[in-house]
Design a protein around this ligand. Structure first.
Ligand code: ATP
Ligand code: LTN
Length: 334
């Protein structure tokens, strides 16, 4: 609890360009939660280097992502928006938690298996202990809730296990976090292969809608989206491509799948696909405009980076000192 409010933590990696999946599954929900909770939204650049990065590109992407958080509607005065690498407590707590995590647990992580298969030439120890750094992110701020997409639930589960294990030995040190899953848009699929989630690291640019795609590109990608030969707009497991498009349409318009089926009853995919595109454009356009506006104001963004890093450091250090004391590290002499 901070000032009588429950604490919320979430983050996104500054790798690749954000997709519609990231927006509907994460960012959009974050905005609605910022009144109810004391929120920490991190640009998790330390997680990003588990995959090889080009330094100038990483720096630029991290800044763009932080700016996008604000452009999407997060008020940086109310929400602590900061770079993970600016708070050394993340790395320090991660080391400690590594010593409370079993190899057998890490071996079960599906994201590790996926990423290891994708980057067979660089299966580094950081990629393997990625979930432990994530646990440190969350536990450092004593977060009560963590909004994540379905793909991150396993990481949240291991975070809870590590925290419970630690508390069982040392007493109630960590708050046990709960996942928070938004209803709509929690699981957006690739436009080219609905069996895969829409991901910013997909090599096929047509598979993902990027947050900064222009309207023509967005409409074109939807027109090319892989569907089926049934030609009816129905929300069914057997039509995963169309089901995905309906979910996107609903997340953007606030309509239900039933209403959407009715709206497009008797109309073919050639009408439905561009309509989904238009709905997406009307959601993304204001975010894009605000992003370009904010990007021009270097001093404003710099001020936010500095102020929020200090705030995050304050809370992180508080937890870290408590943990260090509990495990028996020598006291600091002032
Ligand atoms: P990468 O391809 O680099 O693994 P990603 O696109 O999966 O990246 P992350 O940085 O791992 O994105 O995720 C950021 C947030 O967006 C997480 O909360 C995650 O659950 C959510 N998210 C990512 N992809 C989707 C998706 N397709 N649908 C809904 N939510 C998603
Ligand atoms: N692993 C997450 C990003 C992430 C995160 C976190 C999310 C890192 N630390 C803490 C929630 C809480 C991802 O790939 N989406």
């Amino acid at each position: 609890m901070i000032d009588g409010k429950k604490v919320l933590f979430s983050g996104m990696q500054s790798t690749g360009s954000l997709t519609l999946g990231n927006y509907l599954g994460a960012l959009k929900n974050w905005v609605t939660l910022s009144d109810e909770y004391e929120c920490f939204y991190s640009v998790v650049d330390m997680h990003s280097i588990t995959i090889r990065q080009e330094p100038s590109e990483l720096r630029k992407r991290a800044r763009n992502l932080l700016t996008l958080y604000i452009a999407a509607g997060l008020d940086p005065k109310k929400n602590c928006i900061y770079y993970q690498s600016h708070v050394s407590g993340h790395a320090e707590l991660a080391w400690i938690l590594n010593c409370f995590t079993y190899i057998g647990e890490l071996n079960r992580m599906t994201q590790f298996k996926d990423k290891a298969a994708k980057h067979a030439d660089n299966i580094n120890a950081g990629l393997y202990t990625y979930p432990v750094l994530m646990a440190a992110d969350i536990l450092l701020y004593q977060a009560d809730v963590v909004p994540v997409g379905k793909d991150q639930l396993q990481h949240l589960e291991i975070t809870r296990d590590i925290a419970q294990r630690f508390n069982a030995i040392y007493g109630e040190v960590f708050t046990i976090p709960e996942p928070y899953m938004g209803k709509a848009g929690a699981n957006i699929r690739s436009l080219q292969n609905p069996d895969k989630k829409m991901s910013k690291s997909d090599e096929n640019a047509n598979a993902s809608i990027y947050l900064m795609d222009d309207p023509d590109t967005i409409i074109r990608k939807f027109k090319r989206a892989v569907t089926d030969s049934e030609a009816s707009v129905r929300y069914r497991e057997e039509q995963p491509g169309i089901k995905n498009l309906i979910e996107i349409y609903c997340a953007c318009t606030g309509k239900t799948p039933e209403e959407t089926e009715k709206e497009f009853d008797g109309r073919g995919y050639s009408e439905f696909k561009p309509a989904v595109g238009e709905a997406v454009v009307s959601v993304l356009k204001p975010v894009q405009d605000r992003f370009y506006e904010l990007s021009k104001d270097k001093a404003y963004i710099d001020g936010i980076i500095k102020e929020n890093a200090e705030k995050a450091n304050y809370y992180a250090t508080k937890t870290l000192r408590k943990v260090q004391k509990k495990i028996g590290f020598p006291e600091r002499i002032r």
